[in-house]
Every structure is written in C-alpha cells, then in structure tokens.
Design a protein around this ligand. Structure first.
Ligand SMILES: Cc1cc2nc3c(=O)[nH]c(=O)nc-3n(C[C@H](O)[C@H](O)[C@H](O)COP(=O)(O)OP(=O)(O)OC[C@H]3O[C@@H](n4cnc5c(N)ncnc54)[C@H](O)[C@@H]3O)c2cc1C
Length: 405
C-alpha cells in the first residue's frame, strides 16, 4: 500500500488526506497548528461558490485599478514591500488581465467546481459530515448598469458551459429574499443561482479529520515541517519538529506558506497572500436574516446566515503576511450589515477574523506533479479553497493512483 504524507491540515490538506484514506492509501497528515483548519480555512465567507469563479485578474479589474488604489475606503489595498515575490506576482497578475485569460480561467475553474460539487455531495451522502451544509442559493446584487451588464455577459458565457443562472430585476430580488426589502434603492438587479450552497469550512476540516481518525490515519498536529531530505530527485523524508517522516509520496498543501517551503526544493510557486476579513455576529432577529447567500457587488461583500449567526466577508489586500485587523476595516463591514440588514444582528458583539488567501495571479490553483519525483502540489486556491478542495483532492488521487512507487 502506498504511503502518502500530506503537509498542511487546512481544507485543502484535510480533503486530500480524507480522499486518499477513503481510497485505501496509508495516510499521514502533518500540521503545525494544534488542530485542523485554524488558519485561512477558519472563518471564511462560507460560500460553496460553484458558479461564481471568475478570475480576479480581468480587463475590468485592470480598468478599475487606479480608482481602487486611490480610494481610501476601497476594499482593495496594495502596500508594496521589499519582497521580489510580491513584485513578480503583481507583474504576472497584470499580464493575466486579458479576456482570453478570463475565459480560460473561468472554464478551468468551472470544470473544477463541478467535480468538487459532485465529490462533496458523495462525501456528505456516504459519511454524513456535520458542517452546516445547506443548498440555499446565491443572489448577486448589481449596484449599477455597468456592473449589471458585465454580469449578464458573464452569465451568457457561463450558460454555454452549462451554468444555470437567472437574471432578476430589483423587485424580483426582493420577492426571492425579503430580508433585502429596505435596501432596494441600492441595486438595480441581480443574478440568482439556485444551485449554490454554503457551510462552515472549519467545521468541515474538523469533520474530515475526525473521519481520518476513524479510518486509522496518522495525524500529527503541533508538528512543523522544517526541511526535506532529497536523494536522486526524490524526497526520502521530511524533517519535522517531531522527527523525520518517511513516505512514498508527499503532497504540499500549506496555503500561503507553500512558496517558502517549495523554495527549499528549488521550486518557484507564483503564490502570494491576498488578505481578507470576516465578521461573525449573533442574530437578534433571525426571522429577518437572509436565507440565501448574498453578494453585494457595490460593497464587494458577501453575507451568509450560518449556525444562527451572520457571517460577512470582504476586502482584498496585497499587503504581506501580517494578520492584524484594523478597526476601520471592521467598522466598514459592520456599516454594510447596518445598510443591508438593519436590526438583524447584535452589532456590539462582533467576532472579527483575518485570513490570507493563497492566490495565484490567474486565480487557478496548482494541482499537479512537481519537478521532485514524489512531491505533488495542491496549492494556490485563493478565494475558492473551500469550494474547490474536494475536486482538487480527486485530481491528487488520480496522480497518486498512476504514480509508481
Ligand atoms: C476573507 C476570506 C473569505 C473567504 N471566503 C471563501 C468562500 O466563501 N468560499 C471559498 O471557497 N473560499 C473562501 N476563501 C478562501 C479559502 O478560505 C482558502 O482558499 C482556503 O482556506 C485555503 O486552504 P488551504 O488549506 O490551502 O490553506 P490553510 O487553511 O491556510 O491551510 C494550510 C495549513 O498548512 C499549515 N502549514 C503551513 N506551513 C506548515 C509547516 N511548515 N508545517 C506544517 N504545517 C504547515 C498551516 O498551519 C495551515 O493549517 C476565503 C478566504 C478569506 C481570507
């Protein structure tokens, strides 16, 4: 039986380890934190966003960059660092802002998201994983004509790829989601996707880890991978804070730390953190809370009712690896809650969180073999790791299956 060691127990590593263990492989999962899903997979937007996968790098993003960068209240923020990786990433991002790349990226991500949806449904049916999963649909609100026209174009393109989405006027949006009634003057229409789902990403990590334990897999928490012993272009063992671990194959799933780790093996990964924030607020009027997932394109913010609370996620900052939470960012997000859903939450009990999206310039993750014979990469999931993790785990399984020991 092949022994596969998965490095990193975020949603990507947990999904990979779980898929491989289910397929009968001997699995070791190694994680620096004391439990699964404690970094970027902890309190994200909770969206299983199978149809909203359009890459961030696009001609429209390029056109709006000057205003995004100059506006002090912009959800986007760039702080240039003395870090060649950030500069190289920015150059590659600018190069990816073409319509050809948007189409190719959308196609690749839709294919991956369709596989992910199918695999996750199978896992839920077979193993009854508890993570607040719900097929609640998603409504994307367009503040003005240009954003509405752009969304309609994207819907038409995605229809050719099998996506079923509806274009709604503002009144139809309110019929669908009455919680938005007080906000009707702020948008002119929306895109409704009935098949979108939601869940708690951290709870899914915990559930997958629990299933791994039941299957007898070896999970090593509080264990930092510090280096690699390589012979004849193969990793013989990884060095960790708890001793060496040998395996036939290794999967790198270390989120934003992947480039630093890969560079120890002479591998360059074009991945850089894009920081975002979430706030989670207790509901005081649950009957007035949204039952669908809402994305407000005007505020570039997503809202989801999750386990009796409202989860709100926003912002994209290319500022480095720090996880500080500036009060003004949180104030802006609380203001968004007051604008869309007044009197729904207790806004004096705000649970704020920051996370680093491990992003590639094209938004397409890297799920592939590497130049080291027995090292596979499952990295760079950016804003869609929760959505895409099961499909990426399936690709890794296919590679592992074909790989000679
Ligand atoms: C604000 C925000 C909102 C988001 N909303 C959504 C959403 O609604 N839907 C969606 O699909 N995605 C969303 N995302 C993206 C999603 O959260 C990420 O893509 C995903 O969590 C990345 O998972 P990961 O496993 O690659 O990384 P992580 O969860 O960061 O896991 C990597 C793990 O590797 C471990 N590690 C690193 N170095 C070492 C080492 N040397 N030794 C051992 N272990 C190590 C880390 O401790 C960590 O646990 C959002 C992200 C943010 C920030």
């Amino acid at each position: 039986m092949k022994h596969v060691c998965v490095i990193g127990a975020g949603i990507v590593g947990c999904s990979t380890a779980y898929m491989l263990a289910k397929e009968g492989y001997q699995v070791t999962l190694v994680e620096e934190q004391d439990a699964p899903g404690k970094l970027t997979s902890f309190a994200n937007g909770a969206q299983l966003s199978y149809s909203y996968v359009e890459p961030f790098a696009s001609p429209a993003t390029l056109r709006s960059l000057p205003s995004l960068l100059l506006d002090a209240h912009s959800p986007f923020r760039l702080r240039l660092r003395a870090d060649w990786r950030q500069w190289a990433w920015c150059m590659q991002f600018l190069k990816a802002c073409t319509s050809t790349q948007v189409r190719a990226g959308t196609e690749a991500l839709l294919t991956l998201s369709a596989i992910s949806r199918e695999i996750l449904s199978r896992w839920i049916a077979e193993d009854n994983l508890p993570f607040g999963y719900k097929k609640n649909g998603k409504l994307v609100l367009c503040p003005d004509r240009p954003s509405f026209d752009k969304q309609r174009k994207q819907v038409a393109f995605q229809r050719t790829l099998g996506c079923d989405q509806q274009i709604l006027g503002a009144a139809e949006c309110i019929d669908l989601e009455p919680a938005l009634a007080g906000y009707q003057s702020q948008f002119i229409g929306g895109i409704w996707t009935e098949s979108e789902s939601m869940g708690d990403c951290h709870e899914l990590c915990v559930a997958l880890d629990h299933a791994l334990k039941q299957m007898g897999s070896n999970r090593k928490f509080g264990t930092t991978v510090t280096g690699f012993e390589v012979r004849s272009n193969k990793i013989r063992a990884i060095h960790t804070s708890a001793g060496d671990i040998e395996a036939d194959l290794f999967v790198l799933a270390t989120g934003v730390q992947a480039p630093a780790m890969a560079s120890k093996l002479g591998i360059y990964l074009p991945i850089y953190p894009i920081k975002g924030y979430s706030i989670t607020l207790p509901l005081i009027n649950p009957q007035k809370a949204p039952s669908t997932s809402i994305t407000d394109l005007g505020k570039k913010t997503v809202f989801t009712t999750l386990n009796g609370q409202l989860r709100v996620a926003a912002m994209a900052e290319l500022t480095g690896f720090e996880l500080d939470i500036p009060a003004e960012r949180i104030d802006t997000m609380v203001q968004s809650v007051n604008d869309l859903f007044p009197d729904v939450c207790n806004t004096s009990h705000v649970n704020a969180w920051a996370g680093l999206r491990p992003s590639t310039p094209t938004s397409v993750p890297m799920v592939q073999k590497s130049k080291i014979h027995n090292l596979l990469l499952n990295v760079g999931h950016g804003a869609l790791g929760f959505t895409l993790a099961p499909g990426c785990a399936r690709i890794i399984h296919e590679i592992v299956r074909m790989e000679p020991i």
